[in-house]
Design a protein around this ligand. Structure first.
Ligand SMILES: Nc1nc2c(ncn2[C@@H]2O[C@H](COP(=O)(O)OP(=O)(O)O)[C@@H](O)[C@H]2O)c(=O)[nH]1
Ligand SMILES: [Mg+2]
Length: 380
């Protein structure tokens, strides 16, 4: 399988690289203060971060520390092209500040106990093949982990994403397929027959993302998993970020792979989609005041015992609204929520299932959530 995530700002990085060091640092600092959409568009770099930063950040939400934006103190310039040298991180904890400082995780080789020479060679091979900085062996999380992938018409993505995940993390996977007319369910069955780590749940007809994830959460609770992750089938969530997400859950019952914290961005989305996502998040943050920057993100890792304490039967939302509601329920239950930066890349192939109905649902649900979700002290 060959694929390469679109470099976040390949054009702008190249442009920066031709400038003298001081100008380069100033530009980098400006970009650092406004990492938004993988581009330095004027609108993106000015308004939203100001509004975003004006909002309070409650104590249960951990945000990456904000580095100074003065040119002298600016960290290494952000997102790098593929030709960039590999950066080595001792472990996943050490990797996080590097990604926050602007290093694209596709150039990051995380040792996590593996031999440095072997890891470096494997990562270089992986990058050359377009598979990212692959480890010599898949990482082993200290928890029994299940990755839930909901699918609807993802025939061209399913096998590549499953293969890519297993390259980075030794984990069980549950595919929840809603009778995809394109045969995704049959591909899932074939993969499951070849590897016991893959499970498939077939549902009849398109029933929505929210109920697919709830089914996945119940599966994780019933089978004694300790961590359950949400991930799209379409490569928007980089497989090399999956171990980062899982390891970051050591001290947080919910970890969100976030586009809207420092070091995060979206790549390849048209303006309309970027505005929609930004708008939905600004609206949600303003109305709910939960302090979470990326409420609609679909790349997450939950502690299963935390999910088991929630009333999952009360969650009916789909799409964006589902993600907003789940995060809010975790906050209201007193669980710590942590956001780690990711570069979200527009889907590789196939069509997005996002539509106006999903956006409307989120718009209407958010104001109701405050009254509907009771404040509880479920967390230990
Ligand atoms: N089982 C199931 N999966 C769905 C449904 N709608 C979307 N998905 C899957 O959920 C993931 C996210 O949907 P996607 O279209 O990528 O949304 P986007 O990332 O917001 O554009 C993808 O893997 C889809 O195939 C659904 O109704 N049922
Ligand atoms: Mg997607």
């Amino acid at each position: 399988m060959r694929w390469r995530s679109a470099p976040c700002t390949r054009a702008t990085s190249c442009e920066v690289a031709t400038r003298p060091p001081v100008a380069r640092r100033v530009l980098a600092a400006k970009r650092q203060a406004s990492i938004t959409d993988g581009r330095t568009s004027a609108a993106a770099s000015l308004r939203w971060p100001l509004l975003r930063d004006a909002l309070p950040n409650p104590p249960h939400v951990t945000q990456p520390a904000r580095e100074s934006s003065s040119p002298a103190a600016a960290p290494t310039p952000g997102p790098r092209p593929l030709a960039e040298p590999l950066v080595i991180a001792r472990d996943f904890a050490a990797a996080e500040p590097l990604v926050r400082s602007g290093i694209d995780s596709q150039h990051l080789c995380v040792l996590q106990g593996q031999d440095e020479a072997l890891a470096r060679a494997a990562a270089e091979r992986g990058r050359a093949a377009g598979d990212g900085p692959t480890p010599p062996r898949p990482h082993q999380a200290p928890w029994r982990t299940l990755v839930v992938i909901p699918t609807y018409n993802e025939k061209d993505n399913l096998e590549p994403i499953v293969t890519a995940i297993w390259r980075y993390l030794d984990t069980d996977i549950l595919v929840v397929d809603d009778g995809s007319p394109d045969g995704t369910g049959q591909i899932a069955d074939r993969l499951a027959a070849a590897d016991r780590r893959l499970h498939v749940l077939h549902r009849t007809g398109k029933q929505g993302l929210g109920t697919a994830y709830i089914a996945g959460f119940r599966f994780a609770i019933e089978r004694g998993y300790q961590r359950v992750c949400e991930m799209d089938a379409d490569f928007s969530h980089a497989p090399w970020d999956l171990p980062r997400l899982v390891f970051a859950s050591v001290d947080a019952p919910l970890v969100i792979g976030s586009r809207y914290v420092q070091g995060g961005c979206t790549v390849g989305w048209e303006l309309k989609r970027r505005l929609l996502s930004r708008g939905a998040n600004l609206y949600t943050r303003t109305v709910l005041g939960s302090g979470i920057k990326d409420n609609t993100a679909g790349f997450r890792c939950f502690h299963v015992d935390a999910l088991a304490k929630l009333d999952l039967s009360a969650v009916h939302a789909q799409g964006y609204a589902f993600q907003i509601e789940m995060a809010f329920r975790m906050v209201r239950a007193g669980f710590k929520v942590k956001e780690i930066p990711i570069h979200f890349v527009d889907r590789r192939v196939g069509k997005s299932k996002m539509d106006g109905k999903i956006a409307r649902e989120a718009l209407l649900l958010v104001p109701k959530l405050r009254g509907r979700v009771k404040k509880e002290r479920l967390a230990d």
